[in-house]
Design a protein around this ligand. Structure first.
Ligand code: TRP
Length: 449
């Protein structure tokens, strides 16, 4: 599609909601609370906040700037300003990462959708302890019919929204879903804070035990900063490519990173106040949401209603992220291969659904084949978060430092704003980012993350 015809976001607010929708996902509501819960609460939160500010924010700016400068999907974006002819590989890694992440993201999103119905029909009422809830979840995830069925429903929703286009699909969905998400979250935080004994949960999340900050906590927080801001695979390059020149990238990225962090903290607050109020353990790991929270809802006054709201919240968060993942793959086939948007979204949505099937079947399910000692699900998770995302973040930083040019990056940032940014200062910041990302990346390879 020629530059002049490229579809753009309808408004700045629409873009911010869509990009926040991409950032706010299962990472904020499912992963952040359990990671904080296992790594000593506030200590983890503190390191995570530093990582978002120091690494996440600059990388987000890089992605937006490269996207808007080139007006292309990730592969085309690198190609457009690359003299070396090598960096398209970085874009390709992004497209592949989008593919892999969505295939198992959709499986987890499917569980959330399934739990919306479970909350409504009162399934949680019989859970008196987390053993019963965990057993129920295990059986649910292991049963191919709901696991595959809800995975299919989720992919179908993503396909419908992405095929409808940037403005009429993605932006319109975000304008409706994101405010709904915020309202639901505030209701749940209010419910949590008004429970007797909620103070303990608040203290857990906000009082830092600095002794708990070690290298290990730092590495996990760094990896999570990438994931939660949707960085390292070109999602924000793609979203940036639909931006008009007048948009101030600095303030937009600041707002998106702020909102993403706010949602993670509020979700943590809603969850831990309730978990502590009912005397349950905060370190439940990945199963915290499915194994522990249903017990909370079975005992809380109005638990059916609040449980329903909670899983709707998770499903909305997952949906606006899922569409950004599918959009990266779709944009590649539209921009580079000249496909019609509908065909690309439908075709690849279906393929991603099929690729997700082994994941759907491998969590306690019939598929027990292992890849490098991990289940399909864990292998997809590991490959994307410890390898592909940090690699993508590292590559865009190195690319800017060596090929695209820090001066050109700053020139793009200045288009919508009149801040003065110094080239040496920015270069130093990017070098720091690259070094920190490199450390995460190595730790990931060492099997540590
Ligand atoms: N940020 C989302 C979350 O927190 C997940 C996500 C969506 C993502 N798009 C992405 C992660 C692109 C990395 C890259 O759940």
């Amino acid at each position: 599609m020629a530059n002049g015809q490229r579809e753009l976001w309808g408004s700045r607010a629409g873009f911010i909601l869509a990009a926040t929708g991409s950032a706010v996902g299962l990472g904020n509501i499912w992963k952040f609370p359990f990671m904080a819960g296992m790594s000593g609460g506030a200590a983890f939160v503190l390191v995570y906040l530093v990582c978002v500010a120091l690494i996440g924010f600059p990388v987000m700016l890089l992605e937006f700037a490269l996207g808007r400068r080139t007006r292309k999907d990730p592969v085309g974006a690198y190609r457009a300003v690359d003299r070396t002819g090598l960096f398209w590989v970085a874009g390709a890694i992004g497209v592949i990462a989008g593919f892999v992440i969505l295939s198992f993201y959709s499986v987890v999103a499917g569980w959330c959708l399934g739990y919306v119905f479970k909350a409504l029909n009162g399934t949680f009422a019989s859970f008196t302890d987390s053993g019963a809830a965990a057993e129920h979840f295990g059986a649910f995830a292991a049963n191919p019919t709901p696991a595959i069925g809800f995975h299919a429903v989720f992919m179908l929703l993503c396909i419908v929204i992405v095929s409808s286009g940037v403005k009429c699909g993605i932006e319109r969905a975000a304008k409706f879903l994101m405010p709904a998400l915020l309202v639901i979250l505030l209701v749940l935080v209010f419910r949590g804070l008004t429970l007797p004994g909620a103070g303990e949960g608040v203290a857990f999340l906000f009082s830092a035990d600095l002794a708990k900050i070690d290298g290990w906590t730092t590495l996990k927080a760094l990896g999570h900063a990438f994931f939660t801001l949707s960085l390292g695979m070109g999602a924000m390059i793609t979203y940036g490519s639909y931006l008009p020149e007048r948009t101030n990238l600095l303030s937009a990225a600041l707002l998106i990173a702020f909102l993403d962090t706010l949602v993670a903290l509020l979700a943590g607050l809603a969850i831990f106040t309730a978990v502590f109020a009912f005397g349950l353990a905060p370190d439940g790991g990945p199963g915290l949401i499915f194994n522990v929270l249903p017990v909370v809802f079975s005992q809380m006054p109005g638990g059916v209603f609040f449980g329903f709201l909670f899983f709707v919240l998770l499903s909305i968060a997952a949906l606006t992220s899922g569409i950004s993942l599918l959009e990266v793959v779709t944009a590649y086939f539209v921009d580079e291969r000249g496909w019609a948007r509908r065909r690309a979204a439908l075709g690849f949505g279906v393929i991603i659904f099929l690729v997700g099937l082994p994941c759907a079947l491998s969590v306690g399910g019939p598929l027990t084949t292992e890849i490098f000692g991990r289940s399909f699900f864990d292998a997809a998770d590991y490959l994307s978060f410890t390898v592909l995302l940090p690699l993508g973040g590292l590559l865009i930083t190195l690319f800017t430092l060596t090929v695209w040019g820090v001066g050109d990056f700053i020139a793009e940032l200045k288009k919508g704003s009149d801040v003065s940014l110094s080239i040496p200062g920015m270069r130093l910041l990017l070098v720091v980012v690259a070094v920190l990302v490199l450390i995460t990346f190595w730790a990931g390879f060492a099997g540590k993350l």
